[in-house]
Design a protein around this ligand. Structure first.
Ligand SMILES: Cc1cc2nc3c(=O)[nH]c(=O)nc-3n(C[C@H](O)[C@H](O)[C@H](O)COP(=O)(O)OP(=O)(O)OC[C@H]3O[C@@H](n4cnc5c(N)ncnc54)[C@H](O)[C@@H]3O)c2cc1C
Length: 291
């Protein structure tokens, strides 16, 4: 690892000013489970590193039944996985956080790091897209908000501008009779990354699917929302046949590559299978929800 300057600011304004003063060539450090590996193994050599460890505003989870959920960018996967409000109302996010790495990794790995590292296989990305989450991004002059699905621009590339910091992820208040879920396939049970990850969020009106958001990971250069699958669900009766037919649409909408983890054909087949299973779980959760 090559030498670098290290800074540990104690507030968000201080961190933003530091980034502005130092300019190009820096990296933010959250849990370090991606960054430090890349610095050690892939010859990533930042000129300076800014730790987010001492920024309390990035460490909080807040939930209000009418206002929704805000999760700070430096909240760990383990904290998300165990949070009772997230488990109850945003199950897809709790389930996605809960499959990342091992418990040791999840104690360090943060939500912001998972998103900003922008791996196509990042587990929380499809869940956040299905949940229609918004990214809160701070710059020196202003704070802006962006739908999470617009954040991803390619492997390792996000819409964050130089000098910006992802502060938090927001999700709207949960609807009655709604449910969400995340599932992934990995060749190994633990410490493996998704060959395909799938997330669904459904809202019911009576026995009709009133709204649906579906997103898949590891099937394209960016986590992919599935508008055709959503269209095949909206306004349809909430039956197993509807879910199965919509899931088949996923196989045609993904843009997977073949690599050592799975062929393009395997990923397409898996996309349909996981989409059906995740839809079934989301539907069961919505049906169990309050009317
Ligand atoms: C053994 C192992 C297993 C893993 N398993 C999985 C897995 O199953 N699923 C999965 O999705 N990932 C997995 N990962 C990858 C990694 O753990 C996650 O992506 C993790 O969430 C990254 O978070 P972090 O806090 O460690 O990020 P860091 O490594 O600190 O940062 C990652 C990148 O994001 C940037 N960044 C971090 N925070 C911010 C912010 N607030 N604003 C702007 N930029 C920011 C950093 O500059 C860096 O470029 C694994 C990693 C390891 C080492």
């Amino acid at each position: 690892m090559r030498p670098f300057a290290f800074y540990a600011p104690s507030s968000l304004p201080e961190a933003l000013t530091l980034l502005q003063q130092q300019g190009q060539g820096g990296r933010l450090l959250a849990g370090g489970t991606d960054l430090l590996v890349q610095m050690k193994e892939r010859d990533l050599a930042p000129r300076y590193v800014v730790s987010l460890r001492n920024l309390p505003e990035l460490r909080t989870i807040s939930f209000d039944p009418s206002g929704g959920l805000t999760v700070g960018a430096r909240v760990s996967m383990r904290a998300i996985e165990l949070d009772p409000d997230i488990r109850a109302h945003y199950a897809a996010l709790a389930e996605a956080a809960g499959v990342v790495g091992s418990i040791q990794v999840r104690n360090l790995a943060t939500l912001g790091g998972n998103i900003c590292n922008a791996a196509p296989s990042a587990d929380t990305a499809p869940a956040l897209i299905a949940l229609a989450a918004t990214a809160v991004i701070a710059g020196t002059d202003a704070t802006r908000e962006l739908p999470v699905e617009e954040l991803f621009q390619g492997p390792g590339r996000t819409a964050l501008q130089a000098g910006e910091i992802l502060v938090a992820i927001k999700c709207a208040a949960p609807w009655p009779r709604s449910g969400s879920a995340y599932l992934r396939h990995t060749p190994r049970a633990e410490l493996d990354i998704a060959v395909v990850g799938a997330s669904a969020a459904l809202r019911l009106d009576g026995e009709t699917i009133a709204d649906a958001r579906i997103a898949l990971g590891a099937v394209a250069p960016v986590p992919l929302r599935m508008p055709s699958v959503e269209a095949a669900l909206k306004g349809q009766p909430a039956t197993a046949a509807t879910l199965a037919a919509a899931a088949e649409v996923a196989a045609g909408e993904v843009r997977p590559i073949s690599d050592q983890r799975g062929s393009e054909k395997f990923r397409r087949t898996l996309s349909a299978v996981l989409t059906r299973r995740v839809l079934e779980r989301a539907l069961a959760a919505a049906q169990a929800g309050e009317a």
